[in-house]
Design a protein around this ligand. Structure first.
Ligand SMILES: [Cu+2]
Length: 487
């Protein structure tokens, strides 16, 4: 009897709430003053995307209740060729899934922690108004799910991250991502939108040291990262994974910085940002070369692409780009426009006092050294294995993992006619560096390769590795050959 009454009153109460929320909903619609729009479903599940993709724009849709489902995934991944790392992630990627909402949305956030995970986690979203940005409400142990709701009061591009102690370590292992809160009516439409996020990583071994690399707390505290990368690993946005656009299109980049420590001087080589939503907020700057993205901050960057080619995304704290991995690519295809960019127009020798004309041709000594095939004390296999290690630590940053180089910046070592023609000269390049013009496979480069401070043995092994890979001519280089090459 008592039960029955209870049930009845509950259902009455439920109906009253339902009625109230329906009338409230129509109130909101009235405030928004749109008559053409068909009222949206008030309960939607958010579409989440893995980087570098973003979900479709909110467009004209009304504010709604949005359900966001996220799962913490602890998993092994690859930092760079041969280097493994245990990442902690939101939804399995670094950065975590992109969340796209609009101002006024009520977000019901579900955070799940898989029973096979080892640690508790939580989430602090910078788009939240409330203590800890949701961190306290979402603290989940393995095998738990927590739910909390918040209203998106402020528009902008916001970082989210794990805030479980030790906070720095959870962020350093990859627990960050972006949530976009679009203004009413949405951001103006563009042709291409991408999701890029920088992060710094700290490993026991130095850059490129192979194997499974554990997190190094001491380096993290000292702010000495071994890797600074976009989208969680070296080369995440390179070559086949490059961002793409066509001439004439407007590209919008949602760029975040997870840190945990380093501030990003974000720059695209060969482009000028037409517009930057500074720090992800409403302030709009125009005609920007490099924009500063703080750790735990973001920026919305827009530019029109007018000239075909490969554009490099870098942290302009430039050693990070070429030695620690903070380098991505945007490949633009389409027709050239010589009025905007001509390419090299003329090319001639500059020899003001005739010294170059008198200089001797490159060393001819030891021309047949390439035929030496035995190296004392080390088998060819051992030499190649050690050479690969040197390559990944030293040459890779510029010449890239498969020796393919970077157009306009670093010549290829793959199938390089320059390399295969003359081993003595190649030894000289690694030993003493190279500058001035060099033509590789028909393309001229005019840049600087600094001398590599390597031992004779390291130079011998790295060149042997390169000669036996990337379609080269299998020359064996010995430490003796390196030693006898003087200039
Ligand atoms: Cu965590």
């Amino acid at each position: 009897m008592k039960n029955l009454i209870n049930r009845q009153s509950i259902s009455l109460w439920y109906m009253a709430v339902l009625f109230l929320s329906v009338s409230l909903q129509s109130c909101i619609s009235d405030v928004e003053g749109s008559t053409t729009e068909i009222s949206t479903v008030s309960n939607m599940t958010a579409e989440l995307t893995a980087p570098p993709n973003v979900p479709p724009p909110v467009g004209a849709r009304k504010a709604a209740k949005l359900i966001v489902d996220m799962e913490v995934v602890e998993k092994e991944g690859e930092m760079t060729d041969g280097v493994k790392y245990i990442y902690w992630t939101f939804n399995g990627t670094v950065p975590g899934s992109f969340i796209r909402t609009r101002v006024g949305d009520e977000i019901e956030f579900h955070l799940k922690n898989h029973p096979n995970n080892k640690l508790p986690h939580n989430i602090d979203l910078h788009a939240v108004t409330g203590p800890g940005g949701g961190a306290e409400s979402t603290f989940v142990a393995p095998g738990q799910e927590k739910v909390f709701s918040f209203k998106a009061l402020n528009q902008g591009l916001f970082v989210y991250h794990c805030a479980t102690a030790p906070v720095g370590m959870h962020i350093a292992n990859g627990m960050y991502g972006l949530i976009l809160v679009e203004p009413k009516g949405g951001l103006p439409p563009v042709d291409k939108e991408y999701y890029v996020m920088q992060g710094d990583f700290y490993t026991k071994g130095k850059y490129g040291e192979p194997g499974l690399q554990p997190f190094d707390m001491e380096k993290a505290i000292d702010e000495r990262p071994d890797y600074v990368v976009f989208n969680g690993k070296v080369g995440a946005l390179n070559d086949d994974n490059a961002l793409t656009a066509n001439v004439g299109e407007t590209v919008r980049l949602f760029v975040g910085n997870g840190g945990p420590n380093k501030v990003s001087s974000f720059h695209v080589i060969g482009e000028i940002f037409d517009k930057v939503h500074v720090e992800g907020g409403d302030l709009m700057n125009e005609n920007v070369q490099t924009t500063l993205i703080p750790s735990g901050g973001a920026a919305i960057i827009e530019f029109k692409v007018q000239v075909p080619g490969t554009y490099l995304l870098v942290d302009h704290s430039i050693f990070r780009a070429f030695n620690k991995g903070a380098l991505g690519m945007l490949k633009v295809s389409g027709k050239k426009d010589a009025k905007i960019y001509s390419g090299t127009q003329t090319e001639r020798t500059f020899d003001p006092d005739g010294t170059m004309a008198k200089a001797k041709p490159a060393a001819e000594a030891g021309e047949n050294l390439a035929e030496t095939t035995k190296v004392l004390g080390k088998s060819l296999e051992e030499q190649k294995a050690h050479g690969k290690k040197v390559f990944m630590q030293t040459c890779f940053a510029c010449h890239q993992a498969n020796g393919q180089g970077i157009p306009g910046a670093f010549p290829p070592l793959a199938k390089s006619d320059f390399l295969n023609q003359d081993v003595v000269r190649a030894i000289g390049v690694v030993k003493h560096g190279l500058n001035g013009e060099v033509t590789v496979n028909g393309t001229t480069f005019n840049s600087v390769m600094p001398a590599q401070s390597l031992s004779d043995e390291e130079i011998a092994d790295v060149l042997t590795y390169i000669y036996h890979n990337f379609d080269n001519n299998k020359t064996v280089v010995t430490p003796e050959m390196v030693k006898s090459q003087s200039k």
